[in-house]
Design a protein around this ligand. Structure first.
Ligand SMILES: [Zn+2]
Ligand SMILES: [Zn+2]
Ligand SMILES: [Zn+2]
Length: 434
């Protein structure tokens, strides 16, 4: 054995390891009692070692004390400080690796396909043209299991990557399986199975087998998306819709609570009902996810399913159901009174508002046809009344479509038209009384 390669409690005479200083000294006293000098020096080394160990222990104790002190100092809650998301970085690294793996796997598939084109004895002749076999002259052991190569344990090559292994580390891919692997899953219907040559197979290494198997698995998974994924994407879509409603709800709620007449209280109520219905729906969805049967091959799925359920309940309870309820009619009355007191002397209010309202703002998608945005009052009063009726019907349509933003704009439009109409009527009666 190499010099200086021994470590442990070794007797300098018989070079055996006695595993503890006490054992070594006992052995030395018993078997080599004539060598008192050596015994002394062993004992003194042991003594020194003991002191070092003790010092270490003292240091450790001191360190523990300091650590405790530090821990006591920072009892108060701490700000987590700035955080940074590494998701993008993770995705980038992951993408690169996946790409690399896909390229490597595709190479194997191409080679496998070509191997299958070759027949029997022909295959033996040409298989090395498909992939260079590693030169085995300097390889003395199997890289997988470390068995020494000799006349009995012989070198073999993986037909897909050319690497070296022993016979027991080899896997044999039957022609039939190989055919299935190179045939796309969906269109697999017809290359004849070479069942007559079932004994014939392709020798491959574990690494290549893993690559082929995981590719196959991914293909099958792609074809049959697990039910949990379907339910979860449904859940996520519903949550997005709910978010839209909640945003609208809090906007309307704020506006109404400020005493503004932009939105109607009845609409706030019906939006609240809509949100509650959707909350019920995602609750059911998450329960369904949590109660899905678990494949024993993926025991961690239970944790995932329960986490989805838990997160959804928290979302419903702490977010959806904690939205403030609509103000009562009495509260609304109080708000309006407070507001009219505040604005009692403000003569400019109406003209300013009228300037602000210039047209019906239609946000996304939904739109009633032919809204007349002209600000000038027509000479004849009848078209104005007709226009007001049109706007009323648009409001009904918008409300039915849950387009509260448009309802609000149209209501303002109607208010403006009413204002103009009233002014006209006043002018007419004024002219008459002149
Ligand atoms: Zn000895
Ligand atoms: Zn291989
Ligand atoms: Zn081996």
């Amino acid at each position: 054995m190499a010099e200086g390669g021994l470590e442990g409690f070794i007797c300098p005479r018989c070079m055996k390891d006695f595993r503890s200083p006490q054992n070594l000294i006992t052995h030395f006293e018993r078997s080599h009692s004539e060598e008192q000098d050596l015994l002394k020096s062993i004992k003194s080394i042991y003594g020194k070692a003991k002191k070092i160990f003790k010092l270490d222990e003292q240091d450790l104790e001191q360190f523990r004390k300091e650590l405790n002190l530090e821990r006591n100092l920072v009892e108060e809650p701490q700000d987590p400080g700035p955080t940074k998301s590494y998701t993008d970085y993770f995705k980038e690294v992951r993408r690169d690796r996946l790409e690399h793996r896909t390229t490597e796997t595709n190479k194997l598939i191409i080679r496998l396909d070509r191997l299958l084109q070759l027949d029997g004895s022909d295959r033996k002749l040409h298989e090395q043209e498909l992939v260079a076999w590693i030169d085995g002259t300097s390889v003395t052991r199997c890289p997988s299991c470390a068995s020494s190569f000799n006349l009995v344990v012989r070198q073999h090559h993986c037909r897909l990557c050319g690497s070296i292994m022993c016979n027991s580390c080899s896997y044999f891919l039957s022609y039939e399986t190989a055919e299935e692997i190179v045939t796309p899953v969906k269109t697999f219907n017809g290359r004849e199975h070479r069942s007559s040559k079932e004994s014939d197979s392709i020798r491959i290494c574990q690494h290549c087998l893993d690559m082929l198997e995981s590719r196959r698995k991914a293909q099958v998974e792609q074809m049959m998306q697990p039910i949990i994924c379907q339910l979860y994407s449904h859940l996520q879509k519903s949550k997005q819709q709910i978010q839209h409603s909640v945003d609208m709800y809090s906007k309307m709620h704020n506006s109404i609570s400020l005493g503004e007449a932009t939105y109607a209280l009845q609409d706030l109520h019906s939006l609240r009902t809509t949100i509650a219905d959707k909350a019920q729906m995602i609750d059911t969805l998450s329960k369904k996810i949590a109660s899905l049967p678990v494949d024993p091959n993926t025991p961690k799925a239970v944790t995932l399913q329960n986490s989805i359920r838990k997160a959804t309940s928290v979302y419903i309870k702490d977010y959806l159901l904690s939205q403030p309820p609509p103000p009562t009619l009495e509260q609304l009355e109080q708000i309006k009174q407070g507001r009219s007191l505040k604005n009692a002397d403000d003569d400019d209010l109406i003209p300013r508002e009228r300037l602000r309202i210039t047209k019906v703002t239609v946000t996304t998608g939904w739109s009633p046809a032919n809204v007349n945005n002209e600000r000038t009052a027509p000479e004849d009063a009848d078209p104005l009344l007709e226009q007001m009726n049109n706007v009323r019907s648009y409001i009904d349509q918008a409300r039915k479509a849950h387009r509260y933003e448009e309802v609000a704009s149209l209501e303002e439009n109607l208010k403006m038209l009413k204002e103009i109409y009233r002014k006209q009527q006043r002018e007419k009666t004024g002219r008459k009384s002149d």
